[in-house]
Ligand binder design. Structure first.
Ligand SMILES: Cc1cc2nc3c(=O)[nH]c(=O)nc-3n(C[C@H](O)[C@H](O)[C@H](O)COP(=O)(O)OP(=O)(O)OC[C@H]3O[C@@H](n4cnc5c(N)ncnc54)[C@H](O)[C@@H]3O)c2cc1C
Length: 380
């Protein structure tokens, strides 16, 4: 595959690189590794998101009318490479900007688009996505949180779980069952819910490392105005599965992020003089470096499919599985060698890396997708 870039892209790269070098502080780069965001770090990130948005660098893939740059796939690729290499933190509303905003652009009313999107991009409002429930994770269509129409409102009862940023969120893109008698994929609707409504109870979930990155969210007779419906009534499955993400080169983040982490690990080992010339450690490092190269090729295959009309989703599923496994092995290596030393972040990563093969679709589900869509194996 030939990934040489045309000259105008190099101009785009230089402009972004210069902007990042002028605006991205060491404090922000350090905060990127501090996963358990305390309030002060969170507010610093929020201010950074606003700066990026105001300068047009927050959501380059979004259409211009919504504050983006309408960036081409290759511009998005360059953007991902440069922001990752500069160690820029991910946006606070990463799920919102990649998954929820495109649904609002596609299905939202003019009023929803006008009032919600820019504030999301600046992180003025924090968003969460209420899909998973205790009995509905991989099999999302089994969700049971109920919404019943009553006059001008839906009355919502039920529970969501693993809701990232649920305890900080102002808005939730909530998937609910509106027709319990229809086949399970056909009775789901999507609501945009103001998290300050009476009857919403949020309980932060504290994980092994002491962080609270996500929450359980309970809905007790919550009256949600009917105009909060996003997309057709009982068409929530369609909203969840057919929304066209504008982020077309997102796979690049997978290899760029692992490459950046590996460089940090090598630096931290060198600073601690821990790796030395221990052949076992060097061999483990070498294997990870090689697997990251393999991951890069997989990601390029997915991006190439995006450019040339192939099945980008199938190859991205394989890349996501490989990414999760590399991350976990790198975390294990870092912890074996450095323990809790080395910028203090590796012990944390050792614990949080368990989620890499679960969040956003488990490895088993991704392997099923790879089997069917890449290898062409039968479903059963
Ligand atoms: C860090 C993190 C952040 C998250 N953020 C959010 C969020 O913001 N909003 C949200 O709604 N959810 C969120 N989730 C939840 C996430 O989407 C689910 O954890 C995930 O979909 C898996 O669902 P589950 O945990 O219920 O596991 P299950 O679906 O119960 O799976 C249990 C095990 O069975 C396997 N399995 C299930 N079905 C199959 C199958 N058909 N074939 C083979 N194996 C199978 C799975 O791979 C897994 O190993 C988050 C999760 C994590 C870890």
């Amino acid at each position: 595959m030939d990934f040489s870039y045309p000259p105008e892209l190099e101009q785009f790269r230089i402009e972004l690189r210069e902007w990042l070098s002028e605006n991205l502080t060491d404090e922000l780069v350090a905060a990127r590794r501090n996963l358990g965001r305390d309030d002060a770090t969170f507010e610093m990130m929020r201010a950074w998101n606003a700066t990026m948005a105001d300068e047009g660098w927050a959501a380059v893939s979004w259409p211009r009318e919504y504050g983006g740059r309408g960036a081409t796939v290759l511009e998005q690729l360059v953007y991902t490479e440069e922001t990752t290499r500069a160690r820029a933190p991910m946006p606070l509303n990463v799920i919102g900007m990649n998954n929820i905003a495109p649904a609002i652009m596609q299905y939202g009313t003019e009023d929803q688009k006008k009032t919600l999107l820019r504030r999301m991009m600046r992180a003025d409002d924090i968003w969460c996505q209420g899909m998973s429930e205790p009995e509905a994770g991989s099999d999302l269509a089994s969700l049971r949180t109920r919404a019943v129409r009553d006059g001008d409102d839906f009355v919502v009862n039920g529970q969501k779980i693993w809701t990232s940023l649920g305890h900080r969120a102002n808005w939730c893109q909530l998937y609910v069952r509106t027709d319990p008698d229809a086949p399970k994929h056909k009775g789901i609707s999507c609501l945009i819910v103001d998290m300050s409504l009476p009857g919403i109870e949020v309980r932060p979930l504290v994980t092994l490392n002491g962080d609270a990155d996500f929450a359980e969210v309970f809905f007790h007779d919550v009256r949600v105005p009917a105009d909060a419906l996003l997309g057709p009534l009982n068409g929530g499955w369609q909203v969840a599965t057919t929304t066209l993400s504008h982020e077309r080169a997102g796979a690049a983040r997978l290899y760029a992020e692992m490459q950046a982490r590996l460089e940090e690990l090598v630096d931290d080992m060198a600073a601690q003089a821990e790796a030395g010339d221990d052949p076992v450690t060097l061999r483990r490092l070498g294997e990870i470096a090689l697997r990251i190269k393999y991951l890069e090729v997989l990601c390029q295959r997915s991006i190439s499919a995006t450019l040339h009309g192939g099945d980008a989703f199938g190859s991205a599923s394989l890349a996501k599985t490989v990414w999760g496994e590399i991350g976990q092995d790198m975390a294990a290596l870092a912890f074996d060698v450095l323990g809790s030393r080395g910028a203090g972040a590796w012990a944390n990563y050792r614990l949080t890396s368990r989620s890499l093969t679960i969040a956003g679709g488990t490895s088993q589900i991704n392997k099923n997708i790879t089997a069917q869509r890449v290898l062409g194996l039968p479903r059963k």
